[in-house]
Design a protein around this ligand. Structure first.
Ligand SMILES: Cc1ncc(COP(=O)(O)O)c(C=O)c1O
Length: 422
């Protein structure tokens, strides 16, 4: 790949920002490509190279880049101003839509990122129950704050630092870990710490070392155990929300948690997070309750306008049905390629997510760690040379958007055929 300009920019960036980047997973070795523009399913780097994008901003861009309706609605909003420091009608209207779609959400608060949403959800659960401990699933990623940076997935696993330095021991000790797809482990921990656990927080489909799907009965079992032990169940649907179905994984699987966090897609590519839950929990949040959460940019009008436009397009054009069936076709075609090449790799995914694991399909974090990370990264580099941008890690989900055409997908499948073997 001709990448002179990217390489030069990275040389400067390394002096100015840790690892040259603003978020660790972007530090692609030997240097990341710098993007100058994006359109539909494509990115163009500063050297003019075109790439078909399956990273899609790590999930939010479900309609592809620069979708005209989102552009128009955001521009219209900008013309009305973009920060008021008072409520706007948009937040009421979008809150109504989200409450209608998510069975677990009676009330919500708009925040700016998924990280802020899970941070608030955990504080609300702790404030409501008066308990300090939480249970988290190993390899689950809920953003970059202290309570959840313990055996965390995503970039933390990719870079081999799932337990971050700087997290106080007194905080980490309150985060108990269980393997995914293991009901016995949850039962054990909830029994051992009876009366001490505020919440179980989990991605219903493990997206940040996967996708890894729940075994039949697993989510039902988690719901039952959390009810039996009087513990709040938080589904972190920052990835699964508006992707598995408009009502997220909870609607897809028919399991209603007590609280939900959302992000990514519902900001239409602009920063957003949502923390929501049952009325009795959310009524404990300031200003009506004693659990504090606040933010200058909460309910940012541009993010809400982009989110509302995204939801309108998804609903109006019944995009998820089409996209989910494209996902099925993609996974089938990839499985065939893997089989034809005689590789012992696994194709995983659900709805419009997919990935090839370089090894057996994992059921949990420990199994995911045993796949061929280095082999995957070399493959990622070869795909990049072929004009296909997959997330640069074995532990990140690949996403499809409504903008990927049949031709784009066929070109991608050809690239898989020629690059999987090396
Ligand atoms: C499931 C999940 N929760 C939370 C987050 C954090 O969201 P953000 O990056 O918007 O802070 C992520 C980010 O990838 C995520 O995948």
């Amino acid at each position: 790949m001709s990448s002179d300009a990217s390489s030069r920019l990275f040389d400067v960036a390394k002096r100015l920002m840790p690892g040259g980047v603003s978020s660790p997973v972007r530090a692609i070795s030997p240097y990341p490509f710098y993007v100058s523009r994006a359109e539909g399913p494509r990115l163009w780097d500063v050297d003019g190279k075109q790439l078909i994008d399956y990273c899609l901003g790590y999930g939010p861009m479900i309609l592809g880049h620069r979708h005209p309706e989102i552009m128009e609605r955001v521009v219209r909003q900008l013309e009305q101003g973009w920060l008021y420091g008072t409520p706007s009608e948009l937040e009421v209207r979008l809150a109504e839509r989200i409450v209608d779609l998510y069975p677990s959400i009676d009330m919500l608060r708009f925040v700016n990122t998924g990280t802020e949403a899970t941070m608030a959800a955990i504080r609300i659960a702790r404030g409501y129950t008066g308990r300090d401990r939480i249970v988290k699933v190993e390899g689950g990623f809920h953003g970059a704050h202290d309570s959840v940076l313990v055996k965390a997935g995503s970039g933390a696993t990719t870079l081999g630092i799932p337990d971050s330095l700087g997290v106080p021991k007194d905080t980490a000790k309150n985060t108990l870990q269980v393997p995914y797809n293991d009901l016995g482990a949850i039962e054990k921990v909830l029994t051992e710490f009876e009366g001490e656990v505020a919440a179980v927080i989990m991605e219903p489909v493990l997206g940040n070392i996967g996708p890894i799907l729940p075994d039949a009965g697993y989510l039902e079992g988690v719901r039952k155990l959390t009810k039996d032990h009087d513990v709040i169940l938080i589904f972190d649907e920052v990835i699964t929300g508006f992707r598995l179905s408009l009502g997220g994984a909870q609607t897809h699987y028919g399991i209603v948690p007590d609280m939900t966090t959302l992000g990514k897609i519902i900001g239409g590519g602009f920063p957003i997070g949502v923390v929501g839950g049952k009325r009795e929990l959310m009524e404990k949040v300031a200003p009506i309750g004693g659990i504090y959460q606040a933010g200058t940019f909460n309910g940012s009008p541009t993010s809400l306008a982009a989110g509302m436009a995204t939801l309108d397009v998804l609903e109006k054009e019944r995009i998820l049905e089409r996209l989910n069936s494209t996902g099925d076709d993609m996974r089938k075609a990839l499985s065939q390629i893997v089989e034809d090449l005689g590789l012992n790799y696994s194709v995983v995914g659900i709805a419009s997510t997919f990935k090839i694991f370089f090894g057996d399909a994992p059921k949990n974090y420990v199994e995911a760690l045993s796949c061929d990370k280095a082999g995957y990264f070399a493959f990622f580099q070869r795909m990049l040379k072929s004009g296909i941008f997959l997330p640069p890690s074995q532990f990140e989900t690949n996403f499809l958007s409504a903008a990927h055409s049949e031709d784009d997908i066929n070109q991608t499948l050809e690239a898989y055929k020629s690059n999987l073997l090396g």
